[in-house]
Ligand binder design. Structure first.
Ligand code: PLP
Length: 242
């Protein structure tokens, strides 16, 4: 490693240490306002584009869960990553499922019967279970991943019986908005779906995770009921795409 790169990495690690304190404090405060304990909200670090050295430093600081968006990037990092819980949070194509299953504990971005079927089939072949969240397109945006809210229940009933997946909850990314109150309304809608579905006690549907909130809005997400937040740039700084 060149001297320059090593200095740069060191700087990024120092920044991460400071940022992590702030994010943890914000999570603790928001959890309190939501009537939860800090420990009831899971921080997942979104690590796309972040060098493995910086991720490993974060793991050393106590980051226990990381999320990657692209199968290829995850696989390129995986051998060098320190032990931690790995999850998949990006859009997943059916033809990449085989490479992914077994490498992550949870796939947060399942939005179709076809994808759930493939994950179950391949998990079964590999002799394991894969936890999944259903991604909901809460803003009903065209060209965006996620199932439409009105189709959510049918999807759950359809896939609940698949043998090698466990449905653990819901995930959402609300529409980009300058107006935090608008974002908060989407979070509250999601929370309502989450509570409603949990109340239905569908066989094999566990519903213990509501994954929503990113750097710009994780506080509001927790206040609205999220118990898993996916934070990237507020921890690692702005992403640099090479
Ligand atoms: C990148 C990413 C995040 C984190 O985004 P930040 O705004 O950098 O916190 C969260 N969730 C998903 C699905 C992502 O792709």
């Amino acid at each position: 490693m060149t001297e320059k790169l090593s200095n740069e990495l060191e700087k990024r690690c120092q920044d991460l240490e400071e940022n992590l304190k702030v994010v943890r404090e914000n999570i603790a405060q928001a959890a309190l306002r939501a009537g939860k304990k800090e420990s009831e909200v899971t921080l997942l670090a979104a690590t796309k584009t972040v060098p493995v050295e910086v991720i490993n430093y974060g793991i050393q600081l106590g980051i226990a869960h990381i999320g990657e968006n692209r199968v290829q990037e995850l696989l390129s990092k995986i051998d060098d990553l320190s032990p931690c819980d790995r999850q998949f949070i990006g859009h997943l194509q059916t033809n990449k499922v085989r490479q992914l299953v077994g490498k992550v504990s949870m796939i947060q971005s399942v939005d179709s019967v076809k994808l759930a079927q493939e994950i179950s089939k391949i998990s079964e072949q590999k002799g394991l279970y894969t936890d999944i969240l259903i991604e909901v397109n809460i803003g009903r945006e065209e060209n965006k991943s996620g199932i439409a809210p009105e189709k959510l229940e049918d999807l759950l009933y359809e896939i609940a019986s698949y043998p090698a997946i466990r449905i653990r909850g819901l995930m959402a990314i609300p529409p980009v908005s300058e107006n935090i109150l608008e974002t908060k309304r989407y979070f509250e809608n999601m929370s309502q779906y989450f509570v409603d579905i949990k109340g239905k006690k569908i066989d094999n549907v566990i519903m213990d995770y509501l994954s929503m909130g990113m750097s710009a809005d994780y506080v509001q997400a927790i206040e609205a009921g999220a118990n898993l937040v996916r934070v990237g740039s507020s921890l690692f700084g702005a992403r640099v795409y090479l």
